[in-house]
Design a protein around this ligand. Structure first.
Ligand SMILES: [Zn+2]
Ligand SMILES: [Zn+2]
Length: 354
């Protein structure tokens, strides 16, 4: 087995099921997340490594290849991995971005910093759009700072007031003998401020939803499940905080011509019995142009021909994958009289050993 041991990296057995993988990845990703380990290159490397391991083992197809051929089996598939994207994708699927503050144990301070919400959107591409790469205009419902109140939530001319009950702390401490118990301030519900005159345009939230068009560049070779992060294109921040990010999840529609396997394409080609016996030069629709296929004589049903460089472009690098052609021999169900005669003669000849 060549390359790294992804099971050992995640600390799971080779029989680990999806739940175990998720748990192991979540624990390690949170532990090594750059937000928790600023300026620690070891943690960043570890964060990347667990993302790579999870990316492979959580995908049935990649895991199968990995189990048989090791890491080397996955090379050349043109996969570029952004560990932050894998993590963000994971979080959005299992628990949501709302859980971010909780898992980092810093929910309150994160809220105060006012970063906008991350948003996720799925777009569907045709196989050819994925092959050429495109620029897609996406219409988004975005939170932006309310123009009327500049995001403060208070009617123009007034401003939010510090909560008198908690003096802006958002929490109230109760002295219980030896213990100090803190509870969320009931007057401001933890915000630390309250707004006497709410802005009518945003009802005091400080944000309004507007629809906004943004252009997203989708690189050639992208595959279903890949995610593109558009930094700063998510919801608006509050109190001058930075905006969130937009995650564009790619889905690729089924194609009539091809099935896709990484960077390779697979085409089922129907040929006649005489073509299989005698061989034939044929042309089939390729991804961009017609592709010439030389069916060799004596081809058997299920034989596979490989045409190199006619597959999908490799994401982030040069070159293209291969086109695999699986031959399907069509046996006539209702031959014409004439054709049936020929088959009868053919049988006679074969029985005589002509
Ligand atoms: Zn407002
Ligand atoms: Zn309060």
């Amino acid at each position: 087995m060549s390359g790294r041991d992804f099971y050992a990296i995640l600390g799971v057995s080779r029989q680990a099921d999806k739940e175990e993988l998720k748990k192991a990845y979540r624990k390690l990703a949170v532990q090594y997340h750059p937000d928790r380990n600023p300026d620690n290159p070891d943690a960043a490397a570890k964060f990347r490594e667990v993302a790579e391991a999870y990316d492979v083992l959580s995908d049935d197809q990649k895991r199968q290849i990995y189990d048989r051929f090791g890491e080397a089996g996955l090379k050349g598939r043109g996969q570029t991995i952004n560990p932050e994207d894998i993590f963000a994708n994971f979080m959005s699927m299992f628990g949501g971005f709302g859980g971010f503050g909780d898992i980092f144990g810093g929910g309150r301070s994160r809220q105060r910093s006012g970063q906008g919400r991350n948003q996720q959107i799925e777009i569907t591409l045709t196989l050819n759009e994925a092959a050429t790469g495109i620029e897609r205009e996406i219409e988004l419902q975005r939170d932006v700072a309310c123009e009327t109140c500049n995001g403060t939530g208070a009617e123009p001319g007034s401003s939010p007031e510090i909560c008198s009950a908690c003096r802006g702390q958002g929490q109230i401490a109760h002295n219980q003998g030896l213990f100090m118990i803190t509870t969320t301030c009931p007057q401001c519900r933890g915000a630390g401020r309250f707004i006497r005159n709410k802005c009518t345009a945003c009802k005091g939230t400080g944000r309004t939803a507007v629809s906004k068009k943004i252009k997203v560049k989708i690189p050639a070779g992208i595959d279903s499940g890949n995610t593109i992060r558009v930094a700063g294109a998510g919801g608006a921040g509050t109190n001058g905080g930075p905006p969130g990010d937009l995650y564009v999840v790619i889905d690729i529609a089924e194609d009539e011509r091809f099935a896709r396997e990484g960077d390779d394409l697979i085409h089922e080609m129907k040929i006649s019995v005489p073509d299989a016996v005698l061989g034939r030069r044929a042309y089939i629709p390729g991804l961009f142009d017609e592709v010439r296929v030389d069916v060799p004589k004596g081809s058997q049903p299920g034989d596979i021909l490989r045409i190199s460089g006619e597959g999908m472009p490799r994401l982030g690098t040069r070159g293209r994958g291969d086109l695999w052609i699986r031959l399907e021999v069509e046996v006539p169900k209702k031959p014409s009289r004439h054709v049936r005669k020929l088959y009868e003669q053919l049988r006679e000849a074969e029985e005589k050993g002509d």
